[in-house]
Every structure is written in C-alpha cells, then in structure tokens.
Design a protein. Structure first.
Length: 193
C-alpha cells in the first residue's frame, strides 16, 4: 500500500521507517498559525486544534492524490487547557520554557488518515509531562544546544534529543510525544491493507 506523509517532520518520517512503514513525504503547506488562530478565536480546545490540523493536512494532500492513503499529523502543547504555540524567536522560546518550568502540561498528538480528500480515520493521544524546576541559567544553557531552525520548526523541546533532560517525569507513549502514535497507526493500516 502506498502511503503519503503530509508532514515536514523528519522525526515522524523516521518513526514510520523504524516501524517498516514506507512513505513518501509531501508537505501540506497548511498555514498552521492562521488555522490555529481561527480555531482559538472560535473557542476550540488544544485537543480540538490538534485534531483539526492533522485532518486539514491530510485531507488537503489527499485531495490532490486520488486513491492514495495520506497520513497527516499535528502535536500541540496544552498548559492549563491553553494552547502553547511554537516559538517565533529564541527569546520567545525562553519565555515559553519559563512558563512550562516546574509545571505539568499535556502534549497532544493527533493523526488523521484520508483518501480522496475525505477523512477515513483519526486518533488523538495525550501525554503528561512534568518539567523540572530549572534556573534561568539552566534554561538558557539548554536553548544554546538547539539550533534556531530546529527550535522554530519543532517547538521548545525535542524529547528525541536533549529535551529529555528538562523533565522530572513523563507519562505517555514516547512515539506519541515525538509526534506520531505509531502503534495505533499500524493497527489501522493492517485493517485497510
């Protein structure tokens, strides 16, 4: 079965490959900021925003490639039921990490599989992360290890890299936390093969 991954994320592609799921990457070019703004102004929860973005990416790409299965995905951070967006600068990343410091927050990962422009299946997983109580110096030291392009593309922490050092505890599936609940995807793909 041919599968298209509608995501720029190299981590998501790697997770699929490690699970022997071959895919071709085609970016959806969805304006995530605009979509999030619109959904937030309509009162959507972080979970609903994550689900909608995954569906938007997957249906947009699948409408251009008839009869091919397309996987879209999105992950968001939720603190006190409020969306924490990706930083637009290193300074903003520092502010976000200070806000998450010594708190428990949720990382919500959604996936959607579409065909011919219509959603066939979706799944959302939520993980709970407790950040350590870090000093400003420790936060700055952590940020200095991440190049700006990675920071702006993937958000304030990468658990697949140095980001694990930020946390006191993590409750959830590591693949989901990295952006792809692959166990559930595999279960679904077996059904439609």
């Amino acid at each position: 079965m041919k599968l298209i991954l509608a995501s720029k994320s190299q981590v998501r592609k790697k997770i699929l490959e490690e699970n022997k799921i071959k895919c071709e990457v085609i970016h959806s070019n969805v304006d995530e900021d605009q979509a999030k703004e619109s959904l937030e102004s309509a009162g959507a929860s972080p979970l609903l925003i994550s689900k909608n973005l995954a569906e938007l990416k997957s249906t947009k790409v699948s409408s251009k490639f008839p009869n091919i299965t397309v996987l879209g995905a999105d992950s968001v951070i939720s603190l006190d039921s409020k969306l924490i967006n990706k930083p637009k600068s290193r300074e903003e990343a520092f502010v976000i990490l200070k806000k998450l410091n010594n708190t428990v927050h949720s990382l919500i990962s959604s996936v959607c599989i579409s065909k011919n422009g219509a959603m066939m299946w979706n799944y959302t997983d939520s993980s709970e992360l407790k950040m350590k109580n870090l000093t400003e110096k420790e936060i700055k030291a952590y940020l200095s290890k991440i190049n700006t392009e990675t920071l702006l593309a993937y958000g304030v922490y990468q658990v697949e890299a140095n980001g694990l050092d930020l946390f006191e505890s993590i409750k959830g599936d590591m693949n989901s936390i990295m952006g792809l609940p692959v166990k559930k995807i595999k279960e679904y793909l077996k059904i439609i093969e």
